[in-house]
Design a protein around this ligand. Sequence first.
Ligand code: URA
Length: 240
Amino acid sequence: MTRTLADVAREASTCTRCKLSGMGRTQVVFGVGSPVADLMFIGEAPGRNEDAQGEPFVGAAGQLLNTLLEGIGLARDDVYIANVLKSRPPGNRDPEPDEIEACTPWLVEQISLIQPRLIVTLGNFATRYLLQTTQGITRTRGQVYRWHDRWVIPTFHPAAILHGGGEKSRQFQEMREDFALVQRTMAGGSPPVVRPAPAADRPEPAVVRSTPAPAPGQTARSAPPLIIPEPAVEEQLGLF
Ligand code: URA
């Protein structure tokens, strides 16, 4: 019998797969929102407020996310919000590779159960993880990428807006434009722009590719778009 999102959340709540479970986390922050959402947001990791309340994006960055959602006529209940890491790194330090490796099966399971049509990655960390690129968010944001039969639109992390001038900043205006693109993409069924993931900047060695190597004369950038995780992950994502 297939597990439900609630089953997975229950199991994750006692997770000790990585060292963060013993580094002062208050609780696992699994995710929040509709289990059948067409639109999913992925951030980096819980901060102090999220760790205390057990819900992603409830602090100041979450308020900004709520404002942007309202701007395109959505509430938190209409979407699903999660992070790459489910436990707070001490002092909000960057996630470490072993933590990512241990934790991301939860994210893959979330995506495979929810089956969102569009994923918005918030900030460098989630974008680089999902699209397997080293390109920065300034270059990747505001475009539609094809990823495992669904779309990904990267945008800034709301915390970056808060630290960089707030709602009067150029970045905030650009983030609003990215949300407008999200709205158009969701409404139109077919996005106005589909670009390949920024393949040229993929770290090597890359993960297993199921797409053929580029034909002679074809650059990697114009090759079929995706970094494909290992087959087991593809299966979990419901692609086979
Ligand atoms: N930043 C994140 O990346 N996620 C949260 O849940 C809160 C802040």
